[in-house]
Design a binder for this molecule. Structure first.
Ligand code: SF4
Length: 76
């Protein structure tokens, strides 16, 4: 089952793409392709077991800023 917080958007804030990309509505940011495998529960992955954002959200915490799964993004 796909994460209920996953959407596909081609724009958000000042970012725009030619093709829709995975977007997390909890974190309000685009998701890196490898993370999208978790969002889509591909390859034995499960959003409700392997996504710290989903797990933090269900426990009441959220993160903000940057792009999920992007090691070059800064989360300040
Ligand atoms: S990053 Fe986590 S919470 Fe966000 S859509 Fe993907 S699986 Fe769901």
């Amino acid at each position: 089952m796909t994460c209920p917080h996953l959407e596909y958007r081609d724009r958000a804030d000042d970012r725009r793409f030619d093709e829709p990309r995975a977007y997390c509505t909890i974190a309000d940011r685009f998701v890196q392709p490898m993370r999208a495998d978790i969002c889509n529960d591909r390859y034995e992955l499960a959003h409700d077991r392997h996504c710290e954002i989903y797990l933090e959200h269900t426990s009441g915490d959220t993160d903000g800023g940057g792009e999920i799964g992007d090691p070059e993004a800064t989360n300040e």
